[in-house]
Design a protein around this ligand. Structure first.
Ligand code: HEC
Length: 114
């Protein structure tokens, strides 16, 4: 008899992150920025990077500059739209800088896509 009959199911659940309704289907879809960031960037960041005292990002533009630097460091070749989407995502989550024209463009686009 398997000593841990539920363990495999649990692990499979965690891996696929569809674990027991943690993300019900009715939840709003993840934004493009969130998907890009969680796929390519989060591996070596903890949230600490974004709230440390001497952070490099001091407004929307400088945050976008860091996003651009990192996607280029990691060879992703993102276009301006991807960079703006990830900047918007990080800004909403951690930084809360006043919106810039680029950010407004991203939110308009997301509204249209809904
Ligand atoms: C190889 C590990 C690594 C990867 C991959 C990585 N980062 Fe970073 N990131 C860091 C480290 C370490 C710092 C802090 C030191 C620095 O800025 O050089 C940082 C800092 C940042 C900052 C500045 C934070 C602040 O306020 O000072 C931003 C923004 C950022 N990363 C975005 C990204 C994005 C977007 C991606 C994906 C394209 C990404 N990073 C991928 C390691 C990484």
């Amino acid at each position: 008899m398997d000593k841990w009959p539920c363990r495999k199911i649990l692990i499979a659940g965690i891996l696929s992150s569809t674990c027991i309704n943690a993300h019900p289907a009715s939840e709003p879809e993840k934004s493009r920025g969130e998907l890009l960031y969680s796929t390519h960037c989060i591996a070596c960041h903890t949230t600490h990077v974004h709230w440390r005292d001497q952070r490099l990002a001091t407004d929307w533009q400088s945050l976008a500059k860091q996003v651009r630097r990192w996607q280029s460091n990691t060879g992703l070749g993102w276009n301006e739209e991807d960079i703006a989407a990830v900047t918007t995502y990080l800004n909403a989550l951690f930084y809360h800088f006043p919106p810039s024209p680029e950010e407004k463009a991203v939110s308009l686009k997301q509204e249209k896509e809904r």
